[in-house]
Write a protein that binds this ligand. Structure first.
Ligand SMILES: C[S@@+](CC[C@H](N)C(=O)[O-])C[C@H]1O[C@@H](n2cnc3c(N)ncnc32)[C@H](O)[C@@H]1O
Length: 244
């Protein structure tokens, strides 16, 4: 008997941003494997008696190895269980989805992907701005600010990242932003380019800060790892409702 895995996107944190399909899959699952950013009130939709397995980084504890998470998914599905693999934002963005899909395919286990609200869309909404602007931001680009070692990726496309006509969103980039901003200004992006730091978007701890690229680089200089999840947006951002 082989089970089935639903990769379910949990959105950025607010349970009201779950899709109806996500709520349905959570309510019917026998086992839910969840990341830290997909925990809290979102899990109230899981039915009583289902196995709840945290597979994310916890305070001070190392994250389980990706292979271990993939193997857990396969093992649960092989018991015939309906498994939900819950991932924050949209499951297809910076979520190691491909590795888990490959493990399921290799094991002959069926799966579906339930899309969800990506955190950049929720951050822009919280700040009261669009991600695109008709004449000034015709392109949006998503970047991870950290490579596997946690440092700034070495193969940055600086021509694209310093494009003044794009809105750029950086995931996991708080600690490396000071360095990145130096590369961006050296590549010609004006230091007074508007920037937004969005922390804990759509959670009770949401904090927004608006300023310039240069001021944000200064603010994040020497910042330690950890803290709430954060996104950095820069580019021709519209006027919005940020706190600063
Ligand atoms: C492993 S990635 C997953 C991204 C997710 N798939 C998405 O669509 O948002 C985790 C990173 O996404 C960003 N992130 C996710 N949820 C967030 C939130 N509620 N507020 C701010 N940033 C968030 C942060 O950069 C965080 O370090």
């Amino acid at each position: 008997m082989t089970g089935f895995v639903s990769f379910v996107s949990s959105g950025p944190g607010d349970p009201e941003l779950l899709t109806l399909k996500a709520v349905d899959r959570l309510g019917r699952a026998d086992a839910v494997l969840f990341d830290d950013l997909s925990s809290g009130p979102i899990l109230s939709h899981v039915r009583e008696g289902a196995d709840l397995v945290g597979v994310g980084k916890r305070a001070g504890r190392a994250s389980p190895q990706q292979d271990h998470v993939s193997q857990l998914l396969v093992d649960y599905a092989r018991t015939g269980a309906r498994v939900v693999r819950l991932k924050s934002g949209d499951a297809g963005l910076f979520g190691r989805l491909e590795e888990e899909i490959t493990a399921l395919r290799d094991a002959g286990i069926g799966f579906e992907i339930v899309p969800g609200v990506p955190s950049p869309c929720a951050a822009a909404a919280a700040a009261g701005i669009p991600l695109t602007r008709r004449l000034t931001a015709r392109r949006v680009q998503f970047l991870t600010g950290a490579d596997v070692s946690g440092g700034l990726p070495a193969d940055l496309n600086l021509a694209a990242l310093a494009d003044p006509h794009a809105t750029t969103v950086i995931f996991m980039g708080r600690r490396t932003f000071h360095d990145l901003a130096g590369h961006l200004t050296a590549a010609g992006l004006p230091p007074d380019t508007p920037a937004l730091l969005a922390e804990g978007v759509a959670t009770a701890d949401q904090r927004l800060w608006r300023g310039t690229l240069a001021a944000l680089a200064e603010r994040l200089s020497g910042v330690e790892a950890g803290g709430p999840p954060a996104l950095i947006l820069y580019g021709p951002l519209a006027q919005g409702d940020g706190d600063a």
